[in-house]
Design a protein around this ligand. Structure first.
Ligand code: FES
Ligand code: FES
Length: 147
């Protein structure tokens, strides 16, 4: 089937199977490699994108279900974005593999005012795993962005 999706403010048309996952469309058809597939079953958050501003696991979202919604990947976030700057300032990463998903989840928390304490931030990051164990610095960065 041919569908039109809105990705980072751009309309894109792609031919997909009805069951093609959104992350595969983004990576294979649009060459956006910010969303990464790790677990592939909705548990780790490396494939996180924003759908109308809400974080979703694009590895378990069939692409046609994103029709009519605004999809934002890390590539759609400006380099001078405040949350990104806070991750930079706090050195909140090692390998960086988890960071696109972390930043997108963090942006949602900051914008919705749900990053008011370290406990709340940790809870909000429950769906985003960091194998490098950078959680303390990541929470520092989100705490700074929420001030
Ligand atoms: S790859 Fe999608 S949640 Fe892990
Ligand atoms: S910085 Fe390496 S997985 Fe998080």
């Amino acid at each position: 089937m041919r569908i039109e999706l809105s990705v980072n403010g751009n309309a894109i048309e792609v031919d997909v199977e009805p069951t093609t996952m959104l992350v595969d469309v983004l990576r294979d058809h649009v060459a956006l490699t910010g969303p990464r597939v790790t677990c592939g079953v909705g548990l780790c958050g490396t494939c996180t994108v924003l759908l109308d501003g809400e974080p979703v696991s694009s590895c378990i979202l069939m692409a046609p279900l994103a029709l009519g919604k605004q999809i934002t990947t890390i590539e759609g976030i400006p380099r001078d974005d405040e949350v990104v700057s806070c991750f930079d300032r706090q050195h909140a990463f090692q390998c960086g593999f988890c960071i696109p998903g972390m930043v997108l989840t963090a942006k949602n928390m900051v914008e919705h005012g749900t990053a008011t304490s370290r406990e709340q931030i940790r809870e909000g990051l429950g769906g985003n795993l960091c194998r490098c164990g950078c959680y303390t610095k990541i929470v520092d960065a989100i705490e700074e962005a929420a001030r």
